[in-house]
Design a protein. Sequence first.
Length: 373
Amino acid sequence: MKVLFQSRVTLFSSPGGDTTQILKTAEYLRNLGVVVDVTTDLEPDVSAYDVVHVFNLRNPQEIYLQIKNAKSYGKPVALSTIWGEYVEYDRYARGGIYGVLSNILGNYSIEYCKVAARAVLNGEFHKGTIKLLMTGYHRLQLQACSMVDVYLPNSESEMRRVEQDMNLNGVEYVSVPNAVDVNVFNYDSVSIPEKYMAFEGCLLSAARIEGRKCQLQLIRAMEGLPYKLVIVGKSGPNAQGYYQQCLAEAPENVHFIDYLPHEELPALYKVAKAHALVSWMETPGLSSLEAAAMRCNLLITEKGDTRDYFGSYARYCDPSSLQSIRQGVVDVMTQDFDQRMHDRVVSNYTWDKTAEATLQGYSKAVSRVKAFA
């Protein structure tokens, strides 16, 4: 089988969790004998492929054209939804002009404005942007979904949200778990460089630094606590102001590492006592899975699909509540690690299982296209 992966045009220039998901899924599908190519092109020649697999429903300006192009070639289309709204963050925490508009306009109107702003400020302007500006954000999502053959959400709860938000009923889908590379994030095989020993027993938070990841609230929650917080990540492309505010408000027990090669992350997880990802939304957050595999306690947002993955083994918090985050920090820094969470993650959320479930989805997509041929 030959498959083409397609995603947002900024997939590599502004990498995120979806970048890791795409590259790792491709790697492990190749291990199963599948030929996988990856492109951010909007309308490539897909005649040589058996399936076109697109990613990220948050970017209809790109996936609409990619799906429509695939359908013009008669190809089955699989969609990894990666779907989560940030309406609460926009309304209650974002601030600035977007915060004002979010309390006046609907969520999809705000997303429309964001696409327009990124086109102007970041140069993210292409044929799909024009289509979205003419059609509307949510309407373009619905048009894209009308052409999808199989959905590949990261969890059952994500699929329920997609069904509700996109007015879907009775569609084909396969839940494809987000995952951790257990060969890389293997506690027993990871050695710790001397330079990281200063962070032993810390609270770690590895994520892109931006408002929706809620690092500023986490920093504020650390005030007066006897623990070190180590924040690893670069600021988002439009989050320089937020990053500077994080730096300005950080007390002495908060440390920043703005860049870390991915291969060094396991060592930092290993010295940490716990990991925090207190975002406004996660599905469920790759760094949380990596941290659990490295035997870190987890403090994680209650919003999104996190409970599907971590059950009762993680400590959940409300990102809107400083007290909830602060108490969560104390809890994960004083509790022993529950080995059952590690076992749950390394048994169920690995990239080989992701690849196997993805292949099941492709079979459904191919069968559906043949049935309607």
